[in-house]
Design a protein around this ligand. Sequence first.
Ligand SMILES: Cc1cc2nc3c(=O)[nH]c(=O)nc-3n(C[C@H](O)[C@H](O)[C@H](O)COP(=O)(O)OP(=O)(O)OC[C@H]3O[C@@H](n4cnc5c(N)ncnc54)[C@H](O)[C@@H]3O)c2cc1C
Length: 439
Amino acid sequence: MHVLRIFPDCSSSFATRSVLIRKLPRCTNSYLSSGQLVRRYHENATLKDAAAVVVGAGPAGIAVVGNLLEEVKDDGKIVWVDEQFQGGRINKFYREVPGNTAVKLFVDYAEALKPFRHILNTAHKPNAITELEKLPQSGTCSLSYAGDMLNLLTAGLRQHPRIQTVEGKATSAHLDLESKRWTLTTNSQPSSIIAPLVVYCTGAFPSTTPLPSSSPPIIPLDTALTPSILSTTIPRDQPFTIGVIGGSHSAILVLMNLYRLATTSHPLLKIKWFTRHPTLRYAVQKDGYIQYDNTGLKGKAAEFGRTQLDGDVLLTSEAGKFITRIDCSGGKEQEWTLLEKELKDCQGVVQAVGYTPAPVPEVSIGDDKPLVKLEKDARTGAFYVEGEKQKPIGLFGAGIAFPEEVVTPEGEREYAVGMWKFMKYLRKVVPEWVEASKA
Ligand SMILES: Cc1cc2nc3c(=O)[nH]c(=O)nc-3n(C[C@H](O)[C@H](O)[C@H](O)COP(=O)(O)OP(=O)(O)OC[C@H]3O[C@@H](n4cnc5c(N)ncnc54)[C@H](O)[C@@H]3O)c2cc1C
């Protein structure tokens, strides 16, 4: 179950809302290149007749918009808000990351919906999808291929007559209980959009945890996942020891990148690997399903883990010449002591300790109870007011921030994260969302 914590400062959101309702002109000052001051007045525009608003244009937002185009009838307009419309984090930060899912699943994602197929059929060839189709379909590929495919779909969707895009940030959402309409506020134009259905696909960013004060500077995980930037961040001609904290997919990819640097351009590089799990977990193909599909290592990370890092393998592997494992399995106190001791002589540290949902636009409901605690049903994707699960409010979430909860055949609960998994899930739930928003 996801809990969405709603803003502590309700007064500011009230103020914003009353301004929006009265549609006060906003005044901004800017300079022309000639240096002449120009005063501009922008009328805050409200878009009143949207069928749905989607916040976020990563893989989840793209899939939600495509599904809504199929499910919302009567030519209802779908408003789509993002600051960049660049395929989300996969395209922005992970283009040099090896994919962990089969190429075929990226193709399946791109071909899953009628509006997507129309975009592919009318796009000039060769294009991102023809490039994907050329690759061995059961193998994996660089995420740059997926990024290009997401860009192709985004560009096509932005041309669709029923889609209106807003380049900006969604800042708040308010539900009017009488009309059952949301007003989504943006920092752009239109500055507010009224619709019965709102979907948050706002993504997640690398988590960080407190480190001892003696720790070296942090090298961001996004940098460590991008070899071309990582190689210029770490000096080549002087000894450099880097700490890597974490034991799951991203941490193994970082270790793989660092090992490659150490064996090529950065011979003076050493790595201290802080992990709570000296042995690794892999996704395993079983009869008709993949065990540890959402938690185990896959693709190149699995291969590197198995051959270079796992348990005793590290003691004799090539990577073991550069990587020293610091066993943090003895509990939090011991882990802190080890971090204090071992990070002292490092010159940089990478934290690969998971991903945190991005802050969502503030939510308020009704005039008498603006501050509400929302929870989310991780099966249906619907948010609801705490304790009122039966009452749909027309607010939903998807993607890495709000994934579907699944139960594995072994009875373990996992979150289903991956582009094809988002698509499969959305095919199932978006018709229910549209139906619920009519009530
Ligand atoms: C290292 C790594 C490797 C992965 N590899 C794979 C893989 O091989 N295959 C696979 O299928 N999946 C993979 N995934 C999982 C998943 O597909 C990605 O994490 C994907 O980026 C999640 O998509 P998303 O749309 O949920 O979020 P994001 O890609 O983070 O997109 C969120 C979007 O919302 C926008 N946004 C946020 N807040 C606002 C706001 N208030 N207003 C307007 N816009 C907003 C952001 O700007 C962004 O564009 C990987 C994940 C990671 C971390």
